[in-house]
Design a binder for this molecule. Sequence first.
Ligand code: AVJ
Length: 326
Amino acid sequence: MGSNDLRAPLAAAPRFFDLRTTGSDLAAELSASLAATAPFISPKFFYDPLGSRLFEAICELPEYSLTRAERRIFEAHGDEIAARVGVDRPLVDLGAGNCEKAERLFDLLAPSQYVAVDIAADFLQERLAALALRHPALAIVGVAEDFTCSLQVPAAVEPGPRTVFYPGSSIGNFAPDAALAFLSRMREVCGAGGQLVLGADLVRDKRSLDLAYDDALGVTAAFNLNVLRNVNRLVAADFDVADWRHVAFFDPVTSRIEMHVEARCDVPVRWRGGERRFSATDRIHTENSYKYTLPGLRALLQRAGFTEWEVWTDEPRSFAVAVAAA
Ligand code: AVJ
């Protein structure tokens, strides 16, 4: 209609599937983990809307070099990576978050379909709507699910061979046995002839690893402590964030970063389904982030059944991107 007709190009709305377990399953899981002898909160509970944004802020921190290191590897070796991965395949992005990493690969990989999977349903849906406007010709599928429990792909996802994209060293959240099981499942999702594109943070000096998870601005502290607010919302708990402090360190023996929230004083906490008194210095374990060596990474891929792979690293060898054939 005349001069008002300045519309965005027509884009098919992303199809969206919510495969999350019910809220009551999550609440039961949380309640049990808070009551455990060694209390813990799964890192998947970080990603409420504020937590997703705090994680984006972490990726901008000078101390948290992972995201930039990975991006530089894709910039420097994109053509070689694309040559191994192949074009015109469905691209299954696990833990898609703001979808920026995958979007940077669209030109190289020319995916036949983009499948973004994440536990943060609202955040994902919002980012996919914006993505669809920038890529009106791309078929986009959003899947909200807790893929750490069970990775399912809806029937709307084109069959294999597929490219499974698991960047950012999120594999580090899994203990070695669970990482192996999860990689084996990713291999099935790839299908014969498909490829896994995996990012893994590498072991380096303890000081720089400690700082990456305990930055000077306290952004990681806010990200970690915000989990208590999400718990308050999910199980009607009465955590007061001010009673807790952020603790994060690299343990060279287990080769992992551990994050905890630590009670500053004696605090009683109640939630729907339980209650517990925490004493000063008691901790709740909120995250592990395993760091790999190159031989360790190759051994893991092999044990998960991948047949061939190629690994690229950045210059100080702080991060690795592997492309592995299913
Ligand atoms: C999203 C799991 C890769 O372990 O580095 C960042 C999450 N935690 N800072 C990581 C995180 C604290 C991140 N992963």
